[in-house]
Design a protein around this ligand. Structure first.
Ligand code: X8Z
Ligand code: ZN
Length: 606
């Protein structure tokens, strides 16, 4: 959430809290430790937090869409004010711990105490230090460039294009290493950031910042870890088969010298800067005889779509389900393309500036399939934010953070060949013999992502708990990458580097487990919504486009916001109260059988 959640600023909002500061502040003594006192306290907290949130989100919007020393300082200041209040409210909320309260009040108090991504120490100097570091890390990622010894400096957009398109290992390696030159300067700041964030978490009664993050799932933090293990065990065999197949094809392309058949895959060959999703190397692994028969990037380009039209397609999907169109201000205030004249944070995000209707997205859209899908992802946040604006401030958030990340992705799953035909982007639907190609392309994004979705926070949780010391930051990162993903650094790394800092969510302090959850949940949502829509047939061919019945289920879920524990929200759409990977496994079942045949006789694993 906010720097709040970048992705969903909205979140932030929620939890901010009060502060003993200027006029209008609330003093603890004003509130009796009674149910009525708790209600009055919550009303005051929600009022003050909203004010501070507005100030913060505006300051951050300006910082991220125009990075300068001044905008960074103003954002740090607003953040500091917000966090100070948030911390005070969180501490004050414990005053009502032993009371019999309404479900609503009890839940709001729980959210006040736990929904804090960056807790700060009560010492004002330390708090300022922390928020300055936070703003500086974000800016430094946003401004990041690789400047080769000869030639022009290159930003992440340019380097990512190379990662996606080049098939020259030397060129790929240069882009891969080049981007990682931006992060060593972040290392000391990050170390201090972790220390100060931990101090803040301890003030709230948590052992460290990771423990605080894990406490936001309506279950004890240790049970949540066990949930992640359970879900990962469900999907790991499928990931291992995909890994084995992809490695064998990359070996065919690049040879034993570069890709050996019993080792982790070198991270620069998978089409993505972080090897987190592999869709860009589809052409290297496409099944003979079952190629999907089209390439969405080519279709978008051939059709001559511009960035805005891509967003309009996304909006139309949501309105086809029964959502209201986005407000005019969304179109006026969003950043869709990269401005030529200033530094910005290009990493896509969706903002809920006033927690009501001033919603925006910030992207540097490129005309390709990946960004078409990211647009749907971001709009999922926007429509969620809008839907839960009917809730009291503290509930203007998703059921858990995986839900926020999973809604737009669910919609993207409905971007099937038949939907593209309906839009007029594709002439005719490929026949069923091409399903393996379509599924493989999807798996390269969705299945390949799963272990990465665990690694980022597995690393941070080690850092925050002290299990990984600063002298081991990089080593711990690569151990986890290897263990979960079966991916290795293409060249020797050392503690001179700070490779985690080259992934946006680390300098931006955005928790990452949410994306792992979203990748499980979106298939659960899709399976249930397709059933609601009365669809019969293979799940991967289902599109809920235009289906108002499915849309209304989805709207019910989104409007609940965070008002109920997430299992209640999940039940509204799926009838299930547990996160469950059987949906993603069902979805890919035909591909899984095919992969098993393809890898027969190969030595899998690493
Ligand atoms: O950060 C994002 C979104 C914004 S919430 C674009 N995603 C993760 C990433 O890019 O690493 C979406 C998928 C995973
Ligand atoms: Zn997101």
């Amino acid at each position: 959430m906010f720097r709040f959640s970048r992705q969903t600023l909205a979140l932030v909002a929620l939890f901010s809290v009060i502060a003993c500061t200027p006029a209008g502040q609330s003093h603890l003594d004003e509130y009796d430790s009674t149910p009525a006192g708790a209600e009055a306290f919550l009303a005051a907290a929600e009022g003050r937090l909203l004010d501070l949130l507005l100030e913060l989100s505006r300051a951050q919007w300006v910082q991220q869409t125009h990075i300068t020393g001044d905008t960074e300082a103003l954002a740090a200041l607003a953040y500091e004010r917000f966090i100070e209040a948030q911390m005070q409210y969180a501490k004050q909320a414990t005053r009502f711990d032993d009371l019999e309260l309404s479900d609503e009040a009890a839940r709001k108090l729980t959210l006040l105490k736990t929904a804090i991504t960056l807790p700060a120490p009560s010492d004002a100097e330390l708090r300022q230090e922390l928020t300055s570091i936070a703003a500086a890390l974000e800016s430094s990622y946003g401004k990041g460039q690789y400047c080769p010894e000869e030639g022009e400096c290159r930003d992440l957009g340019s380097l990512s294009r190379t990662m996606a398109e080049s098939r020259d290992p030397a060129e790929l390696l240069e882009a891969w290493e080049g981007w990682r030159t931006i992060s060593p300067p972040m290392r000391d700041g990050y170390q201090r950031f972790a220390e100060l964030g931990n101090l803040g978490a301890e003030e709230l009664g948590f052992s460290d910042l990771g423990a605080l993050w894990r406490s936001g799932y309506d279950m004890p933090a240790d049970d949540f870890r066990a949930e992640l293990d359970r879900l990962w065990e469900q999907v790991e065999p499928l990931y291992d088969r995909l890994h084995c197949y992809v490695r064998s094809r990359l070996n065919r392309k690049y040879g034993d010298e570069i890709v050996s058949l019993d080792q982790p895959i070198p991270a620069h060959l998978l089409g993505n800067m972080w090897a987190q999703s592999w869709g860009n190397v589809y052409d290297l692994v496409a099944p003979e005889g079952a190629d999907r028969g089209f390439d969405l990037t080519v279709l978008l380009k051939t059709k001559g779509l511009d960035e805005l039209e891509m967003v309009r397609y996304g909006e139309r999907f949501f309105t086809s389900l029964g959502f209201e169109p986005l407000p005019d201000t969304f179109w006026e205030r969003s950043q869709f393309t990269k401005p030529a004249d200033r530094d910005v944070v290009c990493h896509a995000s969706a903002w809920d500036i006033d927690a009501v209707d001033d919603i925006r997205i910030k992207m540097c859209i490129e005309i390709n399939a990946e960004d078409f899908s990211t647009i749907h992802h971001e709009l999922g946040h926007s429509f969620y934010q809008r839907a839960y604006s009917v809730q009291p401030l503290l509930f203007r958030e998703s059921a858990n953070d995986g839900f926020h990340e999973g809604i737009g992705d669910t919609i993207s799953l409905s971007v099937t060949p038949s939907y593209l035909v309906e839009l007029g982007l594709l002439d005719r639907e490929p026949d069923a013999s091409k399903d393996i190609g379509v599924l493989l392309a999807m798996a390269l994004d969705k299945i390949a992502f799963l272990p990465f979705g665990l690694v980022v926070d597995a690393w941070r949780w080690q850092v925050f708990s002290g299990e990984a010391s600063p002298e081991e930051y990089n080593d711990a990162w690569w151990s986890l990458r290897e263990k979960y993903q079966g991916v290795r650094a293409p060249v020797e790394r050392s503690e001179e580097s700070f490779d985690p800092g080259a992934k946006y969510h680390v300098p931006a302090n955005t928790p990452y487990t949410r994306y792992f959850l979203a990748h499980i949940l979106q298939f659960q949502f899709q399976r249930a919504l397709c059933e609601t829509a009365g669809y019969e047939g293979p799940l991967h061919r289902c599109s809920i486009y235009g289906n108002k019945k499915a849309g209304s289920r989805l709207i019910d879920l989104l409007e609940m916001g965070a008002s109920r524990p997430w299992p209640d929200a999940l039940e509204v759409v799926t009838g299930q109260r547990e996160m469950d990977a059987t949906a993603i496994i069902d979805y890919f079942a035909p591909l899984d059988s095919w992969l098993e045949q393809q890898i027969e006789g190969l030595q899998c694993g690493w």
